[in-house]
Design a protein around this ligand. Structure first.
Ligand SMILES: [Zn+2]
Length: 375
């Protein structure tokens, strides 16, 4: 999918340019054995074969189950791809413990499971992304920067999961999206006040990224994933997030746990004889580690080590020092997340210093342009 971009010139273009709110499809529950739906407000049931089939009553629970060729919803049998659309506006429907405001499509998967797709305007979608990607209590300008980045991300990745039958997933493979259950005034404002705005580069949508805390410098896509970086994604110095609780961290792994993770399918056995940083990058972070265990030497790239030890235990791949300690290994690192694109803690601090979101975005994506998606 390609979108045309309109350059946004300092405030002027906004009023007479009402940006489109593209309808997108999100896989909100995939391959489930069964699901419980509970509407708040009346919902019409539109069967692709039989047409309008009935109405779901408000505040009643309906179990959705797969059948051989169709679906059971409460006491009704419906065709696959039946749609649920609310009568009027302002209603919502619960799927499990989450609340959604869009239209639902009930799908029967091969292998007899059910998938629910929500069809929702991208602006409403963002209201269900922001609270899970940034704390709604953070300053408005940081939330607005996050809204632009999340919107850009969504547009740039639309259709990525077409094979699975929708545009985006509702988990970290796309962006975390949990519907409208956690509605916050700050989030509504951040989305509304940046309506339609995305980041572009040379007239194209920029493929953007964001993370919790960079630890001193954001990284280029090339450094992290080996993919070429356009100028806005080559990394910038960022001293701002040094006040973040993620700025520096320490992780400890007992020997057994560490060895099980790093040795993968080969167990060499024995003790950790040594564990050191083998190569450093220009910023002084570990590029490769050298582990000697049971007489065998392993060279492990930093990104690989993070993958093996887990993203939550090892908050970033930016490791400053390591040592053997108390029978296991201790690692000291900086930042949280992959380090590419918007540093959320840095954005928070900039916003606290009254920096507007346009400037925050310029800082993290130099050379990018704030644009509107065209109709
Ligand atoms: Zn930072």
């Amino acid at each position: 999918l390609r979108f045309l971009l309109v350059l946004l010139l300092a405030g002027a273009a906004r009023a007479d340019n009402d940006p489109p709110n593209y309808s997108i499809q999100i896989g909100i529950a995939t391959k489930a054995a069964s699901l419980v739906l509970k509407p708040a407000g009346k919902f019409r049931l539109i069967d692709p074969v039989e047409g309008l089939k009935g109405t779901l009553a408000a505040n009643k629970s309906y179990r959705l189950e797969p059948l051989e060729r169709g679906l059971r919803l409460g006491s009704m049998i419906v065709s696959p791809d039946t749609r649920l659309e609310q009568e009027g506006t302002g209603g919502s429907i619960m799927v499990g413990d989450r609340t959604y405001g869009g239209k639902l499509i009930l799908r029967l998967d091969e292998g007899r499971t059910v998938t629910i797709i929500e069809e929702v305007g991208i602006e409403e979608y963002l209201r269900g992304v922001l609270p899970y990607e940034m704390d709604p209590d953070w300053p408005l300008e940081a939330l607005k920067a996050q809204a632009v980045v999340a919107r850009t991300f969504a547009y740039a990745h639309l259709g990525k999961f077409r094979k699975a039958g929708f545009d985006l997933t509702s988990d970290t493979r796309s962006q975390v999206y949990r519907g409208i259950g956690r509605d916050a005034e700050s989030v509504r404002r951040a989305v509304a006040e940046t309506r339609g705005e995305v980041l572009g580069y040379k007239g194209e949508l920029l493929t953007v990224y964001y993370h919790a805390c960079c630890g001193g410098r954001t990284l280029g896509t090339e450094e992290v994933w080996g993919s070429p970086s356009p100028p806005p994604l080559r990394g910038v110095k960022d001293s701002l997030c040094s006040m973040s609780p993620h700025h520096e961290w320490l992780a400890y792994f007992p020997a057994a746990e560490f060895l099980a993770a790093v040795q993968n399918d080969h167990i060499y056995g024995g003790k950790i004889e040594s564990f050191k940083i083998h190569k450093r990058d220009t910023a002084g972070y570990a590029k490769e580690f050298k582990l000697v265990v049971g007489g065998t030497t392993l060279i492990i790239p930093a990104a690989e080590l993070r993958k093996r030890l887990g993203n939550t235990e090892l908050r970033s791949a930016r490791i400053k020092s390591v040592k053997k300690h108390g029978g296991g290994v201790e690692l000291i690192g900086r930042g949280s997340g992959h380090g590419v694109g918007l540093c959320q803690w840095g954005a928070r601090l900039l916003a606290q210093r009254h920096t507007r979101y346009e400037k925050i975005l310029k800082h993290y994506f130099p050379g990018s342009t704030l644009s509107l998606v065209d109709k």
